[in-house]
Write a protein that binds this ligand. Structure first.
Ligand SMILES: Cc1ncc(C[n+]2csc(CCOP(=O)(O)OP(=O)(O)O)c2C)c(N)n1
Ligand SMILES: [Mg+2]
Length: 692
């Protein structure tokens, strides 16, 4: 028999064996890395992390991000053993455990709080959804940025450490290989985010085998190049070295820290240690027995938490976290007395509420046949809102001057390493990281926006998808939204991007038709609590529609609305469009009207909002018995069949664009009033034939 182990080792082996048992019970999952990293996470949580399991949403808590999301059992074991409490969707701490042992026993099963990969808003204590490798790392950069900003904004004389949380992210070889980690590390180094610590599990194993197959970076040199402090722990089991490394991080005030930890995947498994076989499949009953024997564990028992383990965590992280948290709330009480306005802001920020009168400066735009680009209108609205909503912050992947997303009012400022109170961020040309950084910022509850050209939404897409999956109210502003880009040509002309964004569940896509629809779109977006939104905006000017003649833009809130009604009685044909093509439909409508044809124009800025309306409203806007229908959108026609029906006609893009002045492209691709009129007439004729 091995000698009886000390309580630290017992706790570590509990994390390991819970992970092994859960993966075995599920007959799927990733046991090796939780086994290897149990001592790393134990050291961090038990001795350093300022986290109160009783109140896992305490605003100034340290954040822990498991970027290697496949090692989810590592996190679930910690949430269970430290007794993290569940929190409701209304931010109330509930009495029950976030992860009871029963949930671990049902790892990866339907409705278990322990899904395959950690999911934010599903399991309390999970700070972000991870699984797509590298995303968590970039999230952690966003959290650290938001932390620095909150400190600069809220900390005041006498309260200079009110906000001072740190962000830890744990990653593996996979995260390091993904390009997003380089983008995120580069940005973090540039911004000198000293509140950020990444722990790199250098086990040199991925799914296909040894990293020699595909990865020979000198990671330390790479990060030194990014401006990070780099330190090493040669043995993941060495608690003293780990503690020293975390101490180094805490003492490093001028840059982020990377801790490279050498570990052995499936540590202690006699036949599977250091093999890729331990990455993504259960160890097997026999190997589990042998491993437990190695640990000095009862070989045949499962899901064991030995005496003293819960108590040990309670006396360590539990006590430290609670003391810190209680002291913090006591200080917030004083803060509220001294700085009531800031305290009110802080409260609203954390509850995703808007300040009173947040939209009071939002402009209204007068009718103007020449009009302005929707990106320009958006820039004005964003600035009007940004003045009131002090925690609205963001920037662009180097395209703010084009996307009109710069906050220009007095005091907006830039977010720099030595001035982290500014609200204009410069993401650099790093769209992938930008989206994930925005998610991290939103997780720390600032209202975050980012911008680029619509075509490059493709580069940001993995993060956008996770905004939607996490139900985060991130705002994406994508301009240069069609072949309207003109001379830049097909590389810069989005075609399938709008359709692909509409395909993401829970993402609200809005393509406003004129300046006043932009106003309404921003109002919709600002009121979203738990959904991300994409604003799709033009580079070229669009007429500001005469709202005396046509209907009000307030219909934007319902996703689609009747903009121009047929002159008398039921319409013969429905013309539907979004964005720049709405004015085109109005032109066609007037021509049809002059010829005695009854058309209706429906502006459809957001399919998602429209689809959520009651059937009655949808039928009112698009009467089911009017089957003569034409849609017009300078984008892939993919998806429009849902509204035009099988018999309807969609004018859109079925090829890539071309490099030419817009006026020539419009002719080449058929976005002319004459073409819309012809399609409408044909639709009416076809519908007539169907009836007879
Ligand atoms: C973006 C992305 N690509 C691929 C995968 C599939 N995948 C999950 S884990 C993994 C290997 C990761 O290796 P490493 O990070 O070294 O983790 P370890 O095996 O050491 O735990 C891969 C390819 C993924 N989750 N995300
Ligand atoms: Mg690895």
């Amino acid at each position: 028999m091995p000698p009886p182990s000390d309580i630290n080792t017992t706790c570590i082996n509990t994390i390991r064996t819970l992970s092994m048992d859960a993966v075995q019970a599920a007959n799927s999952g990733h046991p090796g890395t939780p086994m290897a990293l149990a001592p790393v996470v134990y050291c961090l949580w038990q001795h350093f992390l300022r986290f109160d399991p009783q109140d896992p949403i305490w605003p100034n808590r340290d954040r822990f991000v498991l970027s290697a999301g496949h090692a989810s059992m590592l996190l679930y074991s910690m949430l269970h053993l430290t007794g993290v409490k569940a929190v409701s969707k209304d931010y109330e701490t509930l009495g029950e455990l976030s992860v009871p042992l029963e949930a671990i026993k049902k790892f990866r099963q339907l409705d278990s709080r322990c899904p395959g990969h950690p999911e934010y808003r599903w399991t309390s204590g999970v700070e972000t959804t991870t699984g797509p490798l590298g995303q968590g790392l970039a999230n952690s950069v966003g959290m650290a940025i938001a932390g620095r900003w909150q400190a600069a904004h809220f900390n005041q004389p006498g309260f200079d450490d009110l906000i001072n949380f740190n962000v830890f992210a744990l990653c593996g070889d996979g995260c390091m290989m993904e390009g997003i980690s380089a983008e995120a590390a580069s940005l973090a180094g540039h911004l000198k985010l000293a509140n950020l610590c990444w722990i790199y599990d250098n086990n040199r194993i991925t799914i296909e085998g040894h990293t020699d197959l595909a990865f020979s970076d000198d990671v330390a040199t790479r990060f030194i190049g990014h401006g990070w402090n780099v330190t090493r722990v040669g043995d993941a089991n060495d608690q003293q070295m780990l503690a020293r490394a975390f101490g180094t991080f805490l003492n490093t005030r001028d840059r982020p820290t990377l801790i490279i930890v050498d570990s052995h995947i499936a540590y202690g498994a006699p036949n599977k240690q250091d093999t890729s076989a331990a990455h993504g499949e259960p160890l097997g009953e026999q190997e589990i027995r042998l491993t437990k024997r190695n640990y000095g564990w009862p070989e045949d028992d499962k899901f064991i938490v030995p005496n003293g383990v819960y108590e040990h965590f309670r006396d360590g992280i539990g006590k430290r976290g609670k003391d810190l948290r209680d002291a913090w709330f006591a200080r917030v009480k004083d803060y509220r007395g001294k700085y009531p306005e800031l305290a009110d802001q802080f409260y609203r920020l954390h509850h995703r509420q808007l300040p009173e009168g947040w939209d009071k400066d939002v402009p209204a735009f007068a009718t103007d046949p020449k009009g302005l680009a929707t990106r320009d209108a958006s820039g004005k609205v964003l600035n009007a809102i940004g003045k009131s909503v002090q925690w609205l912050m963001g920037g662009s992947a180097d395209l703010a001057p084009s996307c009109k997303t710069r906050l220009t009012f007095e005091g907006a400022g830039d977010f720099f390493a030595d001035h982290p109170g500014g609200r204009n961020l410069h993401f650099g040309i790093r769209e992938h990281a930008m989206a994930a950084v925005l998610n991290g910022m939103a997780l720390v509850k600032v209202r975050a926006f980012g911008s680029s050209f619509l075509i490059f939404s493709d580069y940001a897409r993995p993060g956008i998808r996770l905004s939607a999956l996490m139900e985060l109210p991130v705002i994406y502003v994508f301009t240069h939204d069609s072949i309207g880009v003109g001379e830049d040509g097909p590389t810069h002309q989005p075609i399938e991007q709008i359709a692909s964004l509409r395909a993401i569940p829970g993402l609200i896509v809005l393509r406003p038709a004129d300046a006043n629809e932009v106003v309404e779109a921003w109002k919709v977006v600002m009121k979203l609590h738990h959904a991300p939104a994409v604003l799709v905006l033009t580079r070229q000017a669009l007429p500001t529609i005469d709202r005396g003649k046509y209907f009000s833009a307030s219909g934007v809130a319902r996703g689609a609305y009747i903009l121009a009604e047929s002159p008398a009685g039921k319409p013969e044909v429905l013309l539907m469009a979004t964005g720049s093509e709405v004015a085109l439909c109005l032109d066609a409508y007037e021509q049809l009207k002059a010829n005695g044809i009854k058309a209706r124009v429906v502006s459809m800025p957001s399919w998602e909002l429209f689809d959520d309306q009651p059937q009655e409203y949808r039928d009112q806007v698009l009467p089911p018995d009017v089957t003569a229908r034409v849609s017009v959108e300078q984008a892939s026609t993919f998806g429009w069949a849902k509204y035009v029906g099988v018999a309807g006609h969609s004018i859109g893009m079925r090829s890539f664009g071309a490099s030419a002045p817009l006026k020539d492209l419009i002719k080449k691709f058929g976005f002319t009033p004459e073409h819309v009129v012809a399609a409408a007439r044909e639709q009416i004729e076809l519908a007539r034939r169907r009836r007879t």
